[in-house]
Design a protein. Sequence first.
Length: 202
Amino acid sequence: MLEAYKLIRDLSSKDEYVRLSAARTLGNEKVVEAVEPLALLLSDSNVAVRTIAAEALGKIGDERAANNLIACLNDDYSRMRKAAAEALGKFGDYRALTPMLHLAQTDSDPEVRAVARKTVDKINSVVQEIIDKLDDELSSPIESDRKQAVRFLGRIGNIQAVTILLKALNDRSWDVQNMASEEIEKLLVVGIEPFLKGLKDS
């Protein structure tokens, strides 16, 4: 463990090679304590260091890094976008679905698009199970359960979630109806075109 803490300290080294080596080793050893400092390294000035940090976070598999990795899908360097997409594929986090679909359809690098498509498939397999449970939850006699289902469907935000949210507009509770309407409006503002295009292309 002392060696792990030394490696974590090395992530802050002024020497980019030391940072890179430390990140690689921490990822290979799956040191959970390194998640936050590795996430900070995703904004390193050196693209090689950023890429190794993303790969390390994917190996560790801690979802605390998901938002940081999602932000990296917009990195200027394709190797970094690819590494972030691969790492997110190991999480199966629904929050990555919308930006991953966009990446799969619009990225200039065919390798990045290919990795993004694989990651979308992995996330979809996990998300489908969640959506099925949330759909069942909307039949609950307990209003708070139905509200929670609506909230999570809004966060998932894919076309299947929107379809279920549309059904929730007919809920027996006005509060649930109103919440479903608000979630749909949010998704329309963000845009669900990637999902609609994905359906056309499939």
